[in-house]
Design a protein around this ligand. Structure first.
Ligand SMILES: Nc1ncnc2c1ncn2[C@@H]1O[C@H](COP(=O)(O)OP(=O)(O)O)[C@@H](O)[C@H]1O
Ligand SMILES: [Mg+2]
Length: 325
């Protein structure tokens, strides 16, 4: 399959706003949110981006859409460098590449009806006539389970359930008929009863509309349901990247193993290693030297403190940034 989206050595550092003294100081601190991240997503694929809070997942997602500018590195969409897009090309990209955030309530305006909210992107991009727009919106509403569409079209966010709100956000992202969707923890805020339904819907929409996803989650159990391949991030770096089945059956990186051990298992008698991960996630402001995970790693040796471990192919299609075998 052809590559749809890829990143090469993507870096994002945020300046840390400290005291006035710091502003003039050469020691001015930076947050290393994304630290040389490279991956590619094939057309029709779902790539998961997993890892604890603060590992740089959302920043990576925003960089892909060029909602923020990278410090260095490249993002390519259909083989073209997004970083050098003109304003006009960027506008076209915003039609084809969309993002869904975790909290539907904060991404919906309370003063816009469901119909207005979903129609809005069509107006921005000048797509269709008024009649065509309404037809497309009603059709899409039925597709995402906002039914009866004619009835819900006139409702406002406060009149919707949490599940319905998330469906509106999805519909709004899909109305311009994008081919790539970044879903940033789209079910993290949803009730347990709603989560499975939204995931099912996302899987079905992907099939029906020929979509490609970057699916961001802190929860590997969710990634298992939807993703073809999964990249595990830790403090701004990808530490492991493999197919879903490989990642779950033969994880290589100690951090992946730790995350898997923390995934809730349906059988309460099943044995789980509760000793991992130990310690707090360190800060991206002063990340540990060498392998960022070494202070929490039960297998760490002296070498792990010294140099950044490369992401190497330890088995066909499985990449791990651990120097140990
Ligand atoms: N706009 C920003 N300014 C400063 N620091 C930021 C900004 N956005 C994110 N960060 C920092 O970058 C790191 C990665 O954040 P984020 O990408 O949101 O991680 P995740 O989505 O995995 O929780 C964190 O340390 C976070 O505090
Ligand atoms: Mg996030």
């Amino acid at each position: 399959m052809a590559t749809l989206v890829s990143t090469t050595d993507l870096v994002k550092e945020f300046p840390l706003h400290g005291s006035l003294f710091d502003v003039f100081s050469a020691r001015r601190k930076r947050v290393h949110a994304v630290d040389r991240v490279s991956f590619s997503i094939a057309e029709g694929e779902v790539l998961g981006l997993a890892g604890e809070s603060g590992s740089g997942k959302s920043t990576t997602g925003r960089l892909l859409l060029r909602l923020i500018e990278p410090t260095s590195g490249a993002v390519e969409y259909r083989g073209r460098n997004v970083t050098s897009f003109s304003a006009r090309e960027l506008e076209r990209l915003r039609e084809k590449v969309q993002i869904v955030f975790q909290d539907p309530n904060s991404s919906l305006s309370p003063r816009m009806s469901v119909g207005q909210a979903i129609t809005h992107p069509l107006q921005i991009h000048g797509i269709g006539t008024t009649v065509e727009r309404k037809e497309r919106v009603l059709d899409l509403m039925e597709k995402v389970g906002l039914s009866p569409a004619e009835f819900l079209y006139r409702k406002y966010p406060h009149q919707l359930s949490g599940g319905q709100s998330q469906r509106v956000v999805l519909a709004r992202a899909l109305v311009t008929q994008p081919d790539f969707l970044v879903a940033d923890e789209p079910i993290a805020m949803a009730d347990v009863s709603v989560r499975a339904l939204i995931l099912q819907l996302m899987r079905q929409l992907k099939r029906d509309m020929g979509l490609t996803y970057l699916f961001i989650t802190h929860d590997l159990a969710t990634a298992k349901y939807l993703c073809d391949r999964i990249a595990v991030m830790y403090l701004g770096r990808i530490v492991e990247l493999a197919s879903r089945d490989t990642l779950f059956s033969r994880p290589h990186h100690p951090y992946t193993k730790a995350l898997l051990a923390a995934v809730p298992v349906p059988d309460p008698k099943a044995r789980r290693d509760k000793n991992l991960p130990k310690g707090e996630i360190p800060s991206a402001i002063n990340p540990p030297s060498g392998c960022h995970f070494h202070p929490r790693c039960p297998y760490a040796v002296a070498r792990c403190r010294e140099a950044r471990p490369p992401l190497r192919e330890i088995a066909p299609g499985q990449f791990s940034a651990c120097i140990l075998d």
